[in-house]
Design a protein around this ligand. Structure first.
Ligand SMILES: Cc1cc2nc3c(=O)[nH]c(=O)nc-3n(C[C@H](O)[C@H](O)[C@H](O)COP(=O)(O)OP(=O)(O)OC[C@H]3O[C@@H](n4cnc5c(N)ncnc54)[C@H](O)[C@@H]3O)c2cc1C
Length: 404
């Protein structure tokens, strides 16, 4: 019995059934929909995995669960995901940033493939059935549902995804497993009332952002939105800082270096050179650092620089302020906004209680876990799905191997 009709549950069910035709496999799903997240992910294109073939590099993308996955990836990795889908008629392609999608650019290709495999393998699907409680009696698992019905199974794989509240994990805690409390990961920063939001829509291709009073820092594209800041750099920070930022109730200060190749000292030297080279030019018209023009104007305003001034006439005080703002401008963050494109929950089943080769519980018999229910989460880019495929595959294979 596989509990949860998402990516991990499907992968477990299909690989178990195909590896051992003697198994009778059922997927139990609490909603009326299957593969809901697969459908909406990657803006409806499904970012299946990431174009990375080094386990060491890949595991750097998981704020939680990286060493567990390092071992699991040795059994089923990105290259295996690509072949698995290709062997079943779905070719994947990589984009410049490494994200991999079906060549059709439609998540329906992935869904159709998984549904076809489920049908071909005789897997039973039960919708609108929410497991309330699991118990192990006389060598069998008993799953109790809201409508007082009970289903029994020799083996259970729990692939129920992430839950936003600790209470929702109660039925799993009762199995004897320890749960790392959930916290959102992959969110954007709110800066209510901050004038930077007036620059919404601007992307700075390379910015460095540091969270003050912590070791958290990231570099990469930063998007200014009408509520604050987003983009890969911010999302990565939110993932690595998921726990720390939750503890601060999402109130903290960030320092942005808009020119991460420079620091205050090196920028001061560059300013000397620019003042000389562009002496007669108006400072507003000649932005020598490649920053978006609106951001440059904003930085001039924030530094009290008269836009009509020529480079040669920039007073020392304003210059120092401008250099400071270019290399280390501070912003107050008050709250977060969930990144709807790819939302995941940090937290879940404690990995020390799971065998990384088989996904089997070390606590309860014949019990397996796969996907986001585990305390594993990655940054954006296909890493979360890869974790679901790998853990689902391993659980499926292990269950199949048990039945003679
Ligand atoms: C909008 C969005 C976009 C995303 N985009 C990407 C992306 O582009 N790339 C990427 O790598 N990741 C992406 N993710 C993350 C990724 O979708 C998840 O990490 C992945 O789907 C987890 O798979 P899963 O099978 O573990 O869980 P889920 O997909 O959450 O499936 C779990 C299933 O279990 C069911 N269930 C829960 N409890 C019970 C119960 N008690 N009884 C029966 N059924 C139950 C749920 O209804 C659900 O259908 C995205 C997430 C979201 C929300």
């Amino acid at each position: 019995m596989v509990i949860g009709g998402g990516a991990a549950g499907f992968f477990c069910a299909i690989n178990a059934a195909q590896d051992n035709p003697k198994l009778q496999v059922a997927i139990i799903e609490k909603t009326g929909k299957l593969l809901g997240k697969v459908r909406v992910s990657g803006g409806g294109r499904c970012n299946v995995t990431h174009n990375c073939f080094s386990i060491a590099e890949m595991t750097k993308k998981y704020p939680r669960g990286s060493s567990f996955l390092k071992k699991a990836f040795h059994h089923f990795f990105t290259s295996d995901t690509i072949s698995w889908f290709e062997e079943r008629g779905v070719k994947l392609k990589a984009e410049a940033d490494g994200r991999m999608f079906p060549v059709t650019d439609s998540s329906e290709s992935i869904i159709n493939c998984l549904m076809q495999e489920v049908n071909k393998s005789g897997i039973q699907i039960m919708l609108n059935k929410s497991v309330q409680q699991l118990s192990f009696k006389q060598g069998k698992w008993h799953a109790a549902f809201k409508d007082d019905t009970i289903l029994t199974a020799d083996y259970v794989c729990i692939a129920s995804g992430g839950y936003p509240s600790a209470l929702q994990f109660d039925w799993l805690r009762k199995l004897g497993h320890h749960i790392e409390d959930p916290a959102p990961s992959l969110f954007t920063f709110n800066m209510p009332g901050n004038s930077i939001t007036g620059l919404m829509g601007i992307t700075v291709e390379d910015a460095a952002v540091k969270i003050m009073g912590s070791k958290l820092q990231e570099q990469g594209p930063l998007l200014i939105t009408h509520w604050g800041m987003s983009g890969p750099c911010i999302l990565k920070l939110s993932a690595w800082g998921a726990r720390e930022l939750a503890a601060r109730n999402y109130n903290f200060t960030v320092m942005v270096n808009w020119l991460p190749a420079s620091n205050e000292q090196t920028l001061k030297e560059k300013f000397q050179q620019v003042r000389f080279e562009l002496a007669a030019q108006k400072i507003v018209n000649r932005n020598p650092f490649g920053l978006p023009q609106r951001l440059w104007q904003y930085l001039l305003q924030q530094s009290g620089v008269n836009e009509d001034i020529r480079w040669a006439d920039l007073p020392a005080k304003e210059q120092n302020k401008l250099i400071k703002n270019c290399c280390g401008q501070e912003f107050e963050v008050k709250g977060k906004t969930t990144f709807k494109e790819e939302f995941v929950t940090a937290g879940g089943i404690d990995l020390t209680e799971i065998d990384h080769n088989t996904m089997q519980s070390k606590i309860a018999p014949n019990l397996y876990f796969a996907g986001e229910v585990l305390n594993i989460d990655g940054v954006t880019g296909g890493f979360n799905f890869q974790s679901a495929w790998t853990t689902g595959y391993l659980a499926g294979k292990a269950i199949a191997g048990n039945v003679l």
